[in-house]
Design a protein around this ligand. Structure first.
Ligand code: MEV
Length: 361
């Protein structure tokens, strides 16, 4: 199956308002897409090399790789034979998640990637907790669908893009909230039982993102929680359930535009994440500083172990909160909610929009 000579797609960054980590154990999580983007472009490229190969270029990391279509098919067969646990142990390198996504589309859906070159780039800071890998995997998946003119339903697209996250975080349950949010855009919730839902919210509260410094990999913090879950199951389960409650109550508070209450659930969620062992002294101090400066609430966002903290605040308090962090030398981003997710780039080669993302942040 082959459709177009070239195709593109974009996908926004994601912050988690509630429920990260607990979502891996079936609980509800709430994400919001924010306006930083990953972008994937694919084209038939005679210049890249043999026509029987597929080429991938990760522009930000300056990593190029190529694989024969036969080897791509073989990769998916290996996964089917070995199962996720065994297969993911051998997954090495930044390109692997994308090649795995491509292998499934080639083997299961018959798309033709011979002689095609995909380029992925992003203005989402990498490894900070802004779901840059989920946005890249989702933009890549949608660009491949656009290239081959393959139409799948939302659920199937999210499942395929999640393969990238499953590999990157070495956990079969990973990627649900990040991929669902970057795919749909706006406010999105996910739980194992209820699936992904985009929530219409008419007001747009002010959200500040603060970079508290270096971050452990999400694979590491997800692994830490999984270890705690196996060693101290009762304790971990209790914390995870409480986080789930914060997600339900916090989402309701957001829908009611009761940001003071939503903020309190964010603070509670952060404390519970600290009990799970995925916060840091810097993140805890940052939450306190944001609240002291007038935020409704604040919490770590994403895998934790460093990286970003998000604060929900009245818009007139944003400048003083930003100032408090800037005076400590921390980078802050006042971002808007991105209401268009990767889904908006299906069947749409909107290059003006894509080119905008060449701009540095
Ligand atoms: C990472 O952004 C969110 C986690 O819940 C892991 C996941 O759901 O894939 C920590």
């Amino acid at each position: 199956m082959h459709g177009n000579e070239s195709a593109s797609a974009y996908a926004p960054a994601v912050v988690k308002l509630f429920g990260e980590h607990a979502v891996v154990y079936g609980e509800l999580s709430v994400g919001a897409a924010v306006d930083m983007y990953a972008y994937s472009h694919i084209e038939k490229s005679a210049a890249a090399g043999p026509a029987s190969n597929f080429y991938l270029y990760l522009e930000d990391l300056k990593i190029g790789s190529q694989i024969s279509i036969a080897a791509l098919k073989e990769l998916y067969r290996q996964f089917q034979l070995q199962g996720f646990a065994e297969f993911s142990k051998k997954a090495e390198g930044y390109a692997f998640p994308y090649l795995f996504i491509a292998s499934r589309l080639v083997e299961e859906h018959g798309i033709d990637l011979s002689g095609a070159k995909a380029t992925i780039r992003s203005n989402i800071p990498i490894g900070k907790g802004l779901a840059s890998s989920a946005a890249c995997s989702t933009a890549f998946t949608v660009s491949l669908l656009n290239y081959s003119s393959l139409r799948l339903d939302d659920r199937s697209i999210i499942e395929i893009a999640r393969d990238g996250e499953r590999i990157a975080h070495r956990n079969q349950n990973a990627g649900a909230i990040d991929v669902s949010t970057t795919y749909h855009g706006g406010y999105v919730s996910f739980s194992k039982d209820s699936g992904a839902h985009q929530h219409e919210m008419h007001s747009n509260p002010s959200l500040l993102i603060i970079d508290t410094g270096p971050k452990k990999s999400t694979a590491e913090t997800v692994g830490h929680v999984s270890e705690m879950y196996s060693k101290e199951k009762a304790k971990a389960e209790l914390i995870i359930k409480e986080i789930g409650k914060c997600s339900h109550e916090g989402l309701q508070a957001l829908k009611n535009e009761d940001y003071a209450l939503a903020g309190r659930y964010m603070i509670e969620d952060h404390k519970l994440l600290d009990e799970l062992g995925v916060s840091t002294p810097a993140l805890n101090a940052a939450v306190q500083l944001a609240v002291e400066n007038g935020a409704f609430g604040a919490k770590l966002s994403g895998g934790g172990g460093g990286g970003i903290m998000i604060a929900l605040a009245p818009s007139d308090k944003i400048p003083s909160i930003e100032e408090a962090f800037k005076s400590l030398g921390m980078k802050t981003y006042a971002k808007r909610i991105a209401f268009e997710g990767a889904k908006s780039s299906i069947g749409n080669a909107d290059n003006a929009r894509m080119n905008r993302d060449k701009m540095p942040i």
